[in-house]
Ligand binder design. Sequence first.
Ligand SMILES: *Cc1c(COP(=O)(O)O)cnc(C)c1O
Length: 395
Amino acid sequence: MNTTKHYGPYGGQYVAETLMGPLNELAAAYLEAKEDPEFQREFAALLKDYVGRESPITVCRRLSAKLGGATIALKREDLNHTGAHKVNNTIGQALLAKRMGKKRLIAETGAGMHGVATATVAALLGMPCEVYMGAIDVKRQAPNVERMKMLGATVHAIEEGSATLKDAMNEALRDWVTNCDDTFYVIGTAAGPYPYPEMVKDFQSVIGKEARRQCLEKFGRLPDQAIACVGGGSNAIGLFAGFMDDADVKLVGVEAAGKGLSTGEHAASINGGRLGVLHGAKTMLLQTADGNVIDTYSVSAGLDYPGVGPEHCHLHDTGRAEYSSITDDEAIAAFDDLCRYEGIIPALESSHALAEAIKRAPSLPKDTILLVCLSGRGDKDLENILAYKKSRSNM
Ligand SMILES: *Cc1c(COP(=O)(O)O)cnc(C)c1O
């Protein structure tokens, strides 16, 4: 088998011995499915008929004119069914689960978006679904908990540890060890032990492949920069995958700087973390001096992952991609701009990528194209944004 278990010093399979069997079974099944035209046809058909792909590219004419430099264009993952890119991946993994004869889907979720995307495909394919979520997140993200239940999923509130995402991940891994015969663990981002980072990248690469073709059709050339926000890194690696071999296309990942990198209250694992092990893989990780995982902070719940996919760490080290960071304030300002200048309400996660493009555009020539992955729509964030603005106006 020709596999990439490692990305430089990152990645691998740092799991209990009992999980090596299930991981090997999964890797073998995935590599086989990847080469099977019937599997690829089934995946492509659901992306078209259920998700509504392909998603368009929208040029931000008014916003670009206001900035007076480069042209900003958006890859519209916000227009997918369920309102974000996550469903591309959950459909792929659920189809693989079915192919492997697994009867039950489990998932971990922080903000609840991956839980909803998994519950969605579980309903579509008629499989029972159980979602692990930290008890604190269950309280913070009540509407998504209701959505998961409405879609027929069971939500387990985890009281252990800090009762957030990393505890939910541990609990999901425990469930998988115990029930791997009939259970498939759906991981929500391009992280976790091999083969997950490769598999999630492949499923999300539809973003970059479409975008590359669409740019050639629309602009007659490739974009100068491809920019995406990075939580665990799945929408970014999906976009980057389309342009990886185009050396002239700059790849830019944007992490959440929260209240500022120097405050310690952020979620920027590459810019502010150290090498460690999380979720079964070696990665850059926000941790204390003695190696405990730190609870991350960002105004956008979806970027709140304490690690980052291993391939991003490697792309950073090799210089193929660069990784910047955007604060809460900058993301909210970009959110406002897109609402008012383009009539699009973006997710707060995606607003980080947009903010980076807004920063870069004014000093670049007019014929420069900045392609931004608009990973999701912002309806889910309205309450959050109102509360944030209220707290700022009281300061
Ligand atoms: C979950 C989420 C993200 C972050 O996840 P990645 O795996 O880094 O892509 C970004 N945008 C939206 C809209 C999300 O829901």
